[in-house]
Design a protein. Structure first.
Length: 276
């Protein structure tokens, strides 16, 4: 019989464990959710046939995008080659869709003169998000990077003049320009770019095994690429740069190319200031 694999004794996010027979998972089995577990060191794992990276101590992680299917097959093999397969049930979500007509076309479609810039900047972001370092910061409890009204949620989408726009993949928090943004968890800065066409001031922090945070529309970035930041460190200031209609922080979480919902790793926003 294959030995039972259990989550290690760590300070984890405030989410309930899920038991799938031999496997104990932590996280959120929802569209936009992140899951992880600690296996016997030397184990291997696949999700829907794709190999998952596993840390030396056996920690594995996986994420489910906005439109993830309702089931996913997780296969885990011990160092001895004994394998189990579990069909995971992914909770489906409903997203707000707004239809906006009469929008000038130049507002919806960027001019051809900036397309090369957009492609170049997208490549920089993709490179920063593709890193799979050995860090394991994401298993700790995240803290809000700032407090304020939530004005945009993960998964929402607008249809401009009948044409669907890209879904919103972040959590928007309104705040005046210059408001300090703090690191929600430890990590290493992999991108600090002051002015991208769409996202303006853009900052990406690696939390390990492909999990990263992205902060956009920043007026000022206070850290440099390669810098280690600790939870609570000032990392940037709120702005309205790029394609933004007002000052706010757009915070996003990725696992590799899967876009995740920051709200699923957070509890309710506290009423008291973060410094208290």
């Amino acid at each position: 019989m294959m030995k039972k694999w259990c989550v290690a004794s760590l300070t984890l996010l405030a989410l309930v464990p899920m038991s799938y027979g031999d496997l104990d998972l932590q996280g959120s089995l929802k569209q936009g959710g992140l899951i992880w577990s600690t296996l016997e060191p030397g184990s291997s794992a696949e999700l829907d046939g794709k190999v998952l990276p596993i840390a030396d101590n056996g920690l594995l992680v996986a994420g489910f995008g906005r439109d993830a299917k309702s089931t996913a097959m997780l296969k885990v093999c011990s160092p001895a080659g004994e394998c189990v397969e579990r069909n995971l049930t992914i909770a489906q979500r409903s997203y707000d869709v707004q239809r906006v007509n009469g929008v000038p076309q130049e507002t919806v479609t960027p001019p051809t003169s900036v397309l090369e810039r957009i492609r170049r900047e997208a490549a920089l972001v993709g490179k920063a998000r593709s890193q799979f370092s050995a860090r394991q910061d994401f298993v700790k409890k995240f803290k809000w990077p700032l407090l304020g009204p939530i004005t945009g949620v993960f998964g929402s989408q607008r249809v401009y003049n009948g044409s669907p726009g890209r879904p919103h993949y972040g959590l928007d928090i309104a705040a005046p320009t210059g408001t300090r943004v703090s690191a929600p968890i430890d990590g290493v800065v992999t991108l600090a770019y002051p002015d991208m066409f769409y996202s303006g001031g853009t900052l990406i922090i690696d939390h390990g095994l492909g999990v990263s945070s992205t902060f956009i529309h920043l007026s000022r970035i206070l850290v440099e690429e390669g810098q280690l930041v600790m939870q609570g460190d000032p990392i940037a200031e709120v702005g309205a740069t790029g394609r933004a209609t007002g000052p706010h922080l757009d915070w996003r979480i990725n696992w590799a190319d899967q876009r995740l919902d920051p709200a699923l790793v957070m509890g309710p926003m506290p009423e008291k200031p973060l410094s208290e």
